[in-house]
Structures are given as structure tokens and as C-alpha cells.
Design a protein around this ligand. Structure first.
Ligand SMILES: *[C@@H]1O[C@H](CO)[C@@H](O)[C@H](O)[C@H]1NC(C)=O
Ligand SMILES: *[C@@H]1O[C@H](CO)[C@@H](O)[C@H](O)[C@H]1NC(C)=O
Ligand SMILES: *[C@@H]1O[C@H](CO)[C@@H](O)[C@H](O)[C@H]1NC(C)=O
Ligand SMILES: *[C@@H]1O[C@H](CO)[C@@H](O)[C@H](O)[C@H]1NC(C)=O
Length: 964
């Protein structure tokens, strides 16, 4: 009843606020229509008023459609292309511009809450907080929509509302850019997702549309009669202390660093060498694994037609729609971060059929799992290993929410939901957890990683969620999801009318040698942000090699964390698009699982201070090296990750966070490297170099790998930039960093053929020839890093640009025999963009999409062949952002204004597009748009700089557009 009551109060308050007759309001709207909002009603539900917690009067969010969608007590609207077009030139700006009130009014033929068609009118008022109570122009809808009430909830019926915005007051706040929580796009298909073999086009990870809330990841597949949800929970892993009680994260039982002097001497003598005494093994490393399927059987359905499924990236909801007999059915699936559950909802235009919900895990030995059905819930509990005292325990529960359905348990352990005749919708909440505890990965906790029994935890989580109404859960999800998805918008013209085309057909029609498809390109950009929001939140593990979506017990590469490009690439889109909230998991994961064991590893292998990790990490603190030097000897992983820490600080200017979490991580890595750098006895040039090192996954064990030198340059510079800010009084350490930096070889060397060198070793040793290797490790300081592009002034230095270009040309398109992977291509695209080479950047981006992206938008590892690896999905966002902006940090040595280039590589195919919500270093956000040639013509900052440094925004022609 609560919602009915609030709706009623809401209606009253509208009458009260307006206090005038219908006609009077309309006459207020007598200004020239400067903007129109064409709101296509999508899913009306009772929801909380605007804003949800503090009553309806003030939406301080300068965001019209957010308010519209969440404020009316009932309207969940989708703003369509018309809005987008006419909204190009409108934006509420000014720190005090506020949506003072907003609401909708209904006119029904019958009394409310009886089934009736109603007319709907909406308005908003915009002004400044001081204007409260003054008469203000209202913005009215024009064409009443039509809604249908039933059961007190409002069922949507092609409600169509045109809200015309006509107000000089409003016009005063309107300047460039676009409003809206999001106009992200949808993926859709006319056939259900499959579960075929992984080399077929019916493969789950090539057809299914993923949702998630960070911790949980779900993909729906199968026909409506027997739909299944592939369910993942972040921490469900084999291996580690749950498999072997003396698991050590790969660390040796005694120190090995006494081998180092000899290893180093040999390398300085011969140029290359080996480090086998330091190598380790990956025993009990484990793998992230699927929890099981939630099965949803609706036997009465029989045949179905008019099937459509879609993933709406505006709201993070997966929907299926189909007709069965006379009935039209809709199912929705989303995972809610605020309520920590996934929610499956089914509704019908007729009485609901009986639905049977169950759990299965067909891939694990049946004596390890138990399914129990009781009352209104069904629960799966299991262990990863035979011995329950050691195996990781996991548990998942599905239970009904609200409704008047009767429930029973079938002999086969299914929860059978029998709706009453009047019952047209039903929701089921799903929760899952394991007994893994990331906070127990330290010496004090005996590196046990063992937490509490998940079975009662999931029951509680599910019943807590089930005590809320579906509409409440839904609107809580929307508020959370849209705040993230809506923080950034990339608008590209849909020149090919692709929004009307099934997503799979967009991929099959896509031809990289042709002109591309701006719609698909921006769809994949929005998708990348959806995937990050769905797989990485503050209470989850970071997004792994498969995001949060595996269907296996043994996943490719264990679905682990490879930190020699892949983990980094997963977060390329986060800072610049307002998704910093997705990074908390990354900081916590490093702090809780890398630092404790990694401190031991630093001591045992290197006799070093600080901490170290290598290339491959699980969730149990595997920080030592695995078997093969070429790929396992990678102590630079932490240094690369510190770029993300530095960016977090620069973009947010959050000194408090830096002091507490960022700087301690950074300092540990700097301590490691000041203790490890060696004077270069090969060249005897007095510089400091790393020895031993391997450039990621290629070449010899040697010294002075330029990739490492560039990253260490960044780490040291970052320390010197921030030590004062965070109040680091450790003079001895800071002096060491400064003197090490002064002598550091910064990893910028040229090959005889004009490219950048990957190894300091002379070319005559035969390693630095032209190569099409997948990695671009020696360009790390160019992109995504900045030691070359900024600290060495590479972005403005022709010599360096030429060398980067030669290197990129030699590396090819990223399709060599070693791996035809998507991540290799999007990295290349991003590097080309940093050269302001629009043609090559866009070409490489198109090539990646054409070659590696499957029908569901997931990127595959070898052309379109499995495994799925999520990094290229995220790297695509980085590549696009690199085409949109060059926003480089300056070295601690430089005290000058900073220039940010907008649109370094925007192709004409994206002509007349725009961006809103771009985050820039210094804590600024910015909207900008470009002309038909991709030249940025207008930029407006929408928040002011939190840093002292002045910033000038210019376009490709060097024309100044804004400053902050
Ligand atoms: C916003 O309002 C506050 C308080 O009225 C005032 O101090 C401030 O200058 C205003 N800011 C702008 C940008 O108008
Ligand atoms: C999920 O369902 C599919 C299709 O029926 C099946 O092949 C697969 O083994 C199931 N997965 C699990 C974990 O049970
Ligand atoms: C469970 O089944 C497996 C074979 O599938 C067997 O090896 C194991 O001993 C069984 N464990 C128990 C506890 O029965
Ligand atoms: C460009 O960079 C190269 C390599 O660091 C350097 O030798 C050269 O002096 C730079 N050119 C200019 C104009 O600064």
C-alpha cells in the first residue's frame, strides 16, 4: 500500500503546487519552442518521488530526464532520438541551476487504481534554490499519453508523451551539450541466446547478453519455455588455501635472492641470460568458475512467437518479450548493486502460467552440491573440492518476491510458483556468495582467505531484498545504474539507421575496409561502460579476464588477472568517463591480496623493500613467478598498475584517498624499485637500469627493458609530485627516489631502422628488429602511459613521433600468428590516435570490431574464435577516448599551464557528434561537440578545476575553446 499512498500524496501535492486550473498552466507556456523532449514511455512502475529520499521539490541533479524518470511516482521514461537531436544545444549549467519541481498529472476516466486509461501531463520547473516558492514557468507536456492501471501498479501501454520545453528562464540556462542520464543504446535479437559448443555461433559467450552488479554476473539463455541463467559470483575459485592448506601464493619456503648477483653479472657480461633460480610454479593457482544455472521452466507455454530479447544499456536491464497463445509475456532481468541480488521478473497480459525455478550444476560432481527447496525458496549449496573442510563453499538462493502465488516444492527440488488467476506478474530474487574473504589474505589471518558460511548470508540477502516491492528494487537499481551510465555520453550520428537493425546483423554487415558504422561503434562504447559497471564495484573483486562471465569450471587462463596489459586495459575507460566507482575494487584487491604476499615475495626473491607481483594473479595472493621467464618474469606489473592509482588521484584530486590508499600503494612500488635498480655495467653510462627483466611475453631475459624503465620513470615522478601533498616526511626515501630518478635510464632509445627500442641491448644482438608481436610494451610510455608522450615531450616532438609511427607500422595490425586478438588491435588504435593519426586510429578500431567482436558484442581472442576475453571490450573505450582527447599529466618538474587537445583523431564519419561528461585531470568535466569534419568547435566546462594548474582546451587546429 505504501506506493499507492505516496502516489496519492504526490497527486495532491501537484494540485497544491500548481494551484491553478489546467488551462492556466498551458497559457504559461507561451515561449518559442527551443527544445523538445520526446519521451517514449518504456516501463512505468511506481517508484519513489523525486529525489527518492527527500521529497519531490528539488532535484539538485542538473539533469532533466533523470528527474523525469525517477520523480513521478510512476513514469520510467526513455528519451529517444528526437530529444537527442534537439537537445544538442541545451544544457542546464551554472552551479545553482536546479530542477525545482517536476511531476506528472493524470486524468482518468475512472477513479485511480481501477483499470482505466489515463492521460498524463508532466512538467518541470527550473530555477535557482532561492526561487523556491516564486511562480516559475513550467514546462508542459503536450500530447497526453495513455496509461493503464491495474492492481494499483501501472502497466504501461504505448504511452507517448511529448514534453515541450518553453521558457525563457530555462533558455538562460541552456548552452551547448546534452542532458539526460544516458542515451546509451541497446543490443537486441530475435532469437534466444544459445548454449552451443564454443566453436559454434550458438556459443553462450557469443550470443548471450550479460548483466551484473559487480559481485554477481548473469547471462540468460534458452527459449522461454526453459530459460536458464548462467550464474557467476566473483570469488568462486578453485585453488588457493581452499585446496591446499599451506598455499603460499607461489612464494618459496626460503629466500632465493642470493642467486641475483650472479644472474645480474652474467646478463651485464653477455647482454642476455637466465633467471631460472627465481622461477616458481603455479600449483594450486586455481580458476574462477561458474556457480551454476538458475533454471526457469514454464511448461504451459508451449510454442511462442514474436520473440525479442534486448539489453538496454541505459538501464542495465535484459528483457525478453514474446507471445504465447493470446498472452504477451515480458521477462526482465537485472542485477542490483544496492540490493546485492539479481532479479528476474515475468509478467503477462493474461494470467501468469506456472513457473518452476531451480538450480543445477551439471559440470561438477553431484555429490559436491545440494539443492534444497523449502517454502518460497530454493537453494544450491556446494563445495569446490571433495573434502568440505578445505573446498571453497558456495551458496545461491532464489526466492519469490511479493505476489499472491502459492509455492510448492517438486520432487525434483524445483520451486513451483502457481499464480492465482488475477496474478499477472511475479518476481524472483537471486543471491549468491562464497566463504571467500579478501580481508583474510594477510599474515594475521594466516593467509586463509576464509570467511563466513555463505548459506545463511545469501538467505538473508535474498529475504531482505524480497521484503521490498519489486518497483522499489527496480527504482533503486535504476538510480544506481543510471548515475554511472549517465555520467558520460558519446553521441555519434546514426548515419546508417543501424538502431533499427538487429545487433548480430550490424556485426555481419560491418566491413572495416568500408566506412564503418558510427552507431555500432558508439554502441560498443556504451557496452564497454555497461560491462565495467556490471563487473566491478566496491564490494566485488576487480573485473577479470572474462569480466564476470564464465560458463566453465576451468576458465581460459583461469579467468584470472594478467597484469602485463589485460587488467590495465580493463580500466582504460573508467576515469575519463566518470566510472571511478568501479575502480574501488581494484585498489582494495591490490591492497588486500597483492601487498601482503607481495611484500614477502619482494623479500624472498629480491631482498627488496616494498612489494612486488608478477604477471599472473589469482585471488589468493599469487605474487611469485610462475614457470616461464618470458611471460612470468614480469615484476613491472605493480609499476604499471600505479599509473591507475596516479590517474585516480589526478582526475579526482582526492588527497584524502591518496593519503590513505593510493600513496601507500605507490610508495611500496617505488621502494621496491629504488632497491632494485642497478648501475648499467653493460654500457657503463652511469644510468640505472633493471636487471634482470623480460619485456612482456617476448624476447630474452636481459637488462634495461625499455617498458620497465618508462614505467619506473612514471612511478618516481608520481612520488615526487605527491609526497608533499600527502605529507610524506620520509626524507631518506624521497632523496633516494630523487637521486634514482636523476640517474634513471628512462627507456627512450631508437633502433637503427627508426623505431623505438624494446631493449637497451644494441640492435646487433638481433632482438630489436621489426616485429609484428602482439604486445606494444615499449610504447607503454606513449599510450596508455605518458613518460614518452609527456615527460619526454613526445606528443610535440617529431623525432619521437616518427619513431612511434615506425614502431606501429612494423607491429602491423595486430593479427600476427602469435595472436589475432582484439586487445592488440585496440591498443594500436589508441597509439595511432595519440599520433593524431585519425585515419589509422579509426581503421584499426574498425579492424578490431570486424575481426574480433562476436554477435553479442563480446571480444574473442583469436579472430572470432574462443575464448572470450573481455579486455578488448574495455580497450575499445580507451581507443575511442584516445581519439577524443589528449589529456596528459605533466612531470613534477614542470610548472606550466597544461594544454588539453580535444578531438585529436575524430573521423569525419563521426561528424557532428558530441560528448558530455568527459573527465579531465584536475577534477574537471567538460562537454564538447565537433563539426562535420570532426573538428571540435565548442567546449564547455561543467565543473571547475580543483587543481591549481591552469588548463587550456584547444582543438586540432590549435584554436582555444575553453580554459579552466
Ligand atoms: C550559488 O549560490 C551560492 C549561495 O547563494 C552563492 O554563494 C554562489 O556564488 C552561487 N554560485 C553561482 C555559480 O552562482
Ligand atoms: C547450464 O545449462 C547448459 C545447457 O543446458 C548445460 O550444458 C551446462 O552444463 C549448464 N551449466 C551448469 C554449470 O550446470
Ligand atoms: C564424489 O564423487 C567423486 C566422483 O565423482 C568421488 O571421487 C568422490 O570420492 C565423491 N566424494 C564423496 C564425498 O562421496
Ligand atoms: C625530440 O626528442 C629527441 C629525443 O629525446 C631529442 O633528442 C630532441 O632534442 C627533441 N627535439 C626537440 C626539438 O626538442
Amino acid at each position: 500500500m505504501e506506493n499507492l499512498k505516496s502516489l496519492f500524496i504526490f497527486l495532491l501535492s501537484i494540485l497544491f503546487l500548481s494551484g491553478t486550473a489546467d488551462a492556466g498552466w498551458r497559457e504559461e507556456c507561451n515561449f518559442g519552442g527551443n527544445a523538445q523532449f520526446n519521451i517514449i514511455h518504456a516501463r512505468p512502475y511506481l517508484s519513489t518521488l523525486c529525489p527518492s529520499s527527500t521529497g519531490r521539490q528539488i532535484c539538485t541533479i542538473l539533469d532533466l530526464s533523470y528527474c523525469l524518470m525517477n520523480s513521478h511516482g510512476h513514469l520510467i521514461a526513455t528519451i529517444n532520438g528526437h530529444f537527442e537531436r534537439s537537445c544538442k544545444d541545451c544544457r542546464l549549467t551554472g552551479a545553482n541551476a536546479t530542477i525545482l519541481s517536476c511531476g506528472c498529472r493524470m486524468f482518468g476516466k475512472n477513479a485511480p487504481y481501477q483499470a482505466t486509461e489515463v492521460d498524463l501531463e508532466c512538467f518541470i520547473t527550473i530555477g535557482q534554490p532561492g526561487d523556491m516558492g516564486k511562480p516559475l514557468p513550467r514546462l508542459w507536456n503536450k500530447d497526453p499519453g495513455s496509461m493503464l492501471f491495474s492492481h494499483g501498479a501501472i502497466e504501461g501501454r504505448k504511452a507517448f508523451t511529448l514534453l515541450e520545453m518553453k521558457s525563457t528562464l530555462v533558455a538562460a540556462f541552456i548552452v551547448g551539450g546534452c542532458l539526460g542520464p544516458s542515451n546509451a543504446k541497446s543490443l537486441w535479437s530475435r532469437s534466444p541466446a544459445g548454449y552451443g559448443p564454443d566453436n559454434s555461433n550458438e556459443y553462450l559467450l557469443k550470443t548471450g547478453y550479460p548483466v551484473g552488479n559487480g559481485k554477481l554476473g548473469v547471462i540468460s539463455f534458452g527459449a522461454p519455455v526453459s530459460e536458464k541463467l548462467n550464474l557467476n559470483v566473483d570469488s568462486l575459485w578453485s585453488g588457493g588455501p581452499f585446496e591446499s592448506s599451506d598455499y603460499s601464493g607461489g612464494n618459496p619456503t626460503e629466500s632465493k635472492h642470493s642467486a641475483l648477483p650472479e644472474i645480474r653479472a652474467a646478463i651485464f657480461r653477455d647482454g642476455t641470460g637466465g633467471l631460472s633460480p627465481l622461477l616458481g610454479a603455479g600449483e594450486h593457482y586455481g580458476s574462477n568458475r561458474v556457480l551454476g544455472n538458475v533454471t526457469i521452466n514454464i511448461p504451459e507455454l508451449g510454442s511462442y512467437s514474436d520473440y525479442k530479447r534486448s539489453l538496454d544499456l541505459k538501464i542495465g536491464v535484459h528483457t525478453t518479450q514474446f507471445t504465447s497463445g493470446e498472452a504477451e509475456l515480458t521477462t526482465s532481468l537485472f542485477c542490483s548493486y544496492p540490493d546485492q541480488v539479481c532479479i528476474y521478473h515475468i509478467k503477462s497480459t493474461s494470467a501468469l502460467p506456472t513457473v518452476a525455478v531451480g538450480f543445477e550444476n551439471l559440470l561438477t560432481s553431484q555429490n559436491l552440491t545440494t539443492v534444497t527447496c523449502k517454502g518460497n525458496s530454493v537453494q544450491l549449496t556446494g563445495y569446490t573440492h571433495a573434502d568440505p573442510s578445505q573446498g571453497m563453499k558456495f551458496s545461491a538462493v532464489a526466492r519469490t518476491l511479493g505476489g499472491s502465488a502459492s509455492t510448492s516444492c517438486s520432487d525434483s527440488g524445483h520451486l513451483v510458483i502457481r499464480p492465482s488467476k488475477a496474478h499477472k506478474s511475479q518476481a524472483v530474487v537471486i543471491a549468491a556468495e562464497t566463504n571467500y574473504d579478501q580481508k583474510k589474505g594477510n599474515k594475521k589471518a594466516g593467509y586463509s582467505f576464509r570467511g563466513q558460511d555463505p548459506a545463511p548470508v545469501v538467505s538473508q540477502t535474498a529475504s531482505k531484498a524480497a521484503s521490498k516491492k519489486f518497483e522499489t528494487l527496480y527504482s533503486r537499481h535504476l538510480n544506481d545504474y543510471q548515475a554511472l551510465q549517465g555520467a558520460f555520453q558519446l553521441e555519434l550520428p546514426d548515419t546508417r539507421h543501424s538502431s533499427e537493425v538487429e545487433t548480430a546483423a550490424l556485426f555481419s554487415n560491418y566491413d572495416w575496409t568500408g566506412s564503418g558504422d558510427p552507431f555500432l561503434e558508439s554502441l560498443l562504447f556504451d557496452y564497454s561502460r555497461h560491462l565495467l559497471i556490471s563487473s566491478s564495484r566496491d564490494n566485488s573483486l576487480p573485473t577479470n579476464l572474462l569480466g564476470r562471465w564464465t560458463e566453465r569450471i576451468e576458465s581460459a587462463w583461469g579467468a584470472d588477472y594478467h597484469a602485463n596489459i589485460n587488467l590495465q586495459m580493463n580500466y582504460w575507460g573508467a576515469e575519463q568517463t566518470g566510472l571511478a566507482a568501479t575502480e574501488d575494487s581494484l585498489w582494495n584487491y591490490m591492497q588486500d591480496t597483492w601487498v601482503p604476499r607481495g611484500t614477502d615475495t619482494a623479500k624472498l626473491l629480491y631482498d627488496a623493500d616494498g612489494w612486488v607481483v608478477h604477471n599472473e594473479m589469482n585471488i589468493f595472493g599469487h605474487t611469485a613467478m610462475k614457470e616461464g621467464a618470458e611471460w612470468a618474469n614480469y615484476p613491472a606489473a605493480g609499476a604499471w598498475m600505479m599509473q591507475h592509482v596516479w590517474d585516480r588521484f589526478e582526475y579526482s584530486q582526492d588527497i584524502d584517498w591518496m593519503r590513505k590508499q593510493g600513496y601507500p600503494l605507490l610508495k611500496g612500488i617505488a621502494q621496491f624499485w629504488v632497491s632494485q635498480l642497478q648501475e648499467d655495467w653493460f654500457f657503463n653510462d652511469g644510468t640505472l637500469v633493471v636487471n634482470p627483466c623480460n619485456s612482456p611475453e617476448t624476447g630474452p631475459t636481459t637488462f634495461g627493458c625499455t617498458h620497465y624503465q618508462q614505467l619506473i620513470h612514471q612511478v618516481f615522478d608520481n612520488i615526487l609530485s605527491s609526497a608533499d601533498l600527502v605529507g610524506d616526511k620520509d626524507k631518506a626515501f624521497l632523496r633516494k627516489v630523487a637521486t634514482s630518478l636523476a640517474r634513471l635510464d628512462t627507456g627512450l632509445h631508437f633502433t637503427t631502422w627508426g623505431g623505438l627500442k624494446e631493449w637497451k641491448l644494441p640492435d646487433s644482438y638481433g632482438y630489436d628488429g621489426k616485429s609484428t608481436h602482439r604486445h606494444l610494451s615499449h610504447l607503454v610510455g606513449w599510450y596508455p602511459g605518458y613518460s614518452i608522450s609527456s615527460y619526454a615531450d613526445g606528443y610535440t616532438n617529431m623525432t619521437i613521433q616518427d619513431a612511434v609511427r615506425e614502431t606501429l607500422i612494423s607491429r602491423g595490425l595486430g593479427n600476427a600468428e602469435d595472436a589475432n586478438a582484439g586487445w592488440a588491435k585496440v591498443w594500436r588504435a589508441a597509439c595511432w590516435a595519440r599520433l593524431n593519426d585519425t585515419e589509422m586510429a579509426y581503421k584499426e578500431l574498425r579492424y578490431a570490431i570486424d575481426t574480433n567482436f562476436a554477435d553479442n558484442g563480446f571480444s574473442m581472442y583469436t579472430a572470432l574464435n574462443p575464448p572470450f576475453q573481455v579486455d578488448a571490450n574495455f580497450g575499445l573505450a580507451g581507443a575511442v577516448l584516445s581519439m577524443l582527447v589528449v589529456d596528459l599529466p605533466l612531470s613534477y618538474r614542470v610548472n606550466a599551464e597544461r594544454t588539453v587537445v580535444l578531438g585529436p583523431a575524430i573521423p569525419a564519419a563521426w561528424g557532428n557528434g558530441s560528448v558530455s561528461g568527459l573527465r579531465v585531470r584536475g577534477g574537471i568535466s567538460l562537454d564538447f561537440k565537433w563539426d562535420e569534419n570532426g573538428v571540435v568547435t565548442k567546449a564547455v566546462t561543467t565543473s571547475s578545476s580543483k587543481s591549481m594548474r591552469k588548463i587550456v582546451f584547444v582543438n586540432m587546429r590549435g584554436e582555444k575553446l575553453a580554459e579552466a
